[in-house]
Ligand binder design. Structure first.
Ligand code: SF4
Ligand code: SF4
Length: 181
């Protein structure tokens, strides 16, 4: 059987960053100007902390990127976020069983007074396309999100040699932070 040469995780993270930057720029340039500004939002973070709404999933490689981004956060805050990841998993019974997209939670990466802790370094695709649009027809089409997620999924397979399930964000981060596979 022919050996398939895998990408190094370092190279894959660089490729992921380029994919993420290109996608964010496209969403910013082509869509976001029609959405309400988050800078003047009267309820900042309401979107990220809504436990009836948030079901953000990420791939293994994105979880690695997020956990590396958190390594650069000041120690006290990082400890607080790690505790929050654990308590989110417990509070909302987050697991990898069943239809994981039904699991909703307040995102542990939102820090009051700061915002999304991985806005520039690991923002998930679903979060990048999200904004408050007055008109439904102004939203980025779902196909854009799906195509970006497919590219990231393929990159994961080229890195780890097999498909990995996308997991609810807190669980995905904890898995790469606290276990080695
Ligand atoms: S997405 Fe909407 S709710 Fe969230 S911060 Fe921006 S304007 Fe506010
Ligand atoms: S990852 Fe960031 S943008 Fe997405 S829900 Fe969490 S805090 Fe909000």
């Amino acid at each position: 059987m022919e050996d398939v040469k895998l990408l190094s995780e370092k190279k894959a993270l660089e490729t992921l960053r380029d994919l993420r930057d290109g996608f964010s720029k496209r969403i910013r340039d082509e869509y976001e100007h029609r959405a309400a500004s988050c800078l003047t939002c009267s309820t900042p973070g309401a979107c990220c902390l809504d436990a009836h709404f948030v079901n953000v999933h990420v791939s293994k490689l994105e979880a690695v990127a997020i956990s590396k981004a958190l390594e650069n956060v000041e120690d006290d805050l990082r400890e607080k976020v790690i505790d929050r990841i654990d308590s989110t998993i417990d509070t909302y019974n987050i697991s990898s069983e069943g239809d994981t997209f039904q699991q909703k939670f307040a995102c542990p990466l939102f820090e009051k007074g700061f915002g999304c802790l991985v806005h520039d370094t690991g923002k998930p695709v679903a979060c990048t396309v999200h904004a408050c649009y007055e008109n439904a027809e102004d939203l980025p089409p779902n196909e854009l999100q799906f195509a970006q997620e497919q590219l990231i999924d393929d990159l994961n397979a080229r890195t780890y040699g097999r498909q990995n399930p996308w997991l609810p964000l807190p669980l995905a981060i904890r898995k790469v932070m606290f276990t080695s596979e």
